[in-house]
Design a protein around this ligand. Structure first.
Ligand code: RB5
Length: 143
């Protein structure tokens, strides 16, 4: 599976480490930046990641900023994106089971790197449940 990943400066260090962790598990990772801890604007990397997921250039995406909110707000402007914010393992599973999140967003300034890995693993290993949740996610887009 090819994953896209992005962060702002607040998430840069975890992104760098997470790319190595994902590659060690056999995932291919396309890095949309940022590429340093220099202050930058999260939409500049979130929009390209969203477009790559929408076009199918990457299967799913992972995004991190300080709280996760800026990334989630930006990503969810795209009709083909369901970006779910997760800060623990249970929520990481639920955003797949109930929301079919195709982008996982995490708050880098509020969780450990160990938690980032555990959430990512849970999210990657969990399937969408469909059924009543399909009906609900079908109602999300603004026509
Ligand atoms: C950067 O200081 C911070 O605002 C950003 O990482 C993020 O938390 C925004 O939602």
């Amino acid at each position: 599976m090819t994953l896209g990943i992005c962060s702002d400066h607040a998430g840069y260090e975890y992104k760098r480490q997470l790319i190595g962790w994902l590659e060690s598990k056999g995932y291919q990772v396309k890095d949309f930046g940022t590429h340093s801890t220099e202050s930058m604007d999260y939409p500049d990397v979130a929009h390209p990641l969203a477009e790559a997921v929408e076009k199918g250039e990457v299967e799913k995406g992972i995004a991190m900023c300080g709280t996760g909110n800026g990334m989630a707000m930006t990503l969810n402007k795209h009709q083909g994106i369901r970006a779910g914010l997760a800060w623990d393992v249970e929520i990481g599973k639920l955003v797949r089971q109930h929301n079919d999140a195709n982008v996982l967003v995490m708050p880098a300034r509020f969780i450990s790197f160990d938690m980032v890995c555990r959430i990512t693993e849970a999210w990657l290993d969990t399937d969408f449940e469909g059924g009543r949740h399909q009906k609900r996610i079908d109602k999300i887009p603004v026509k």
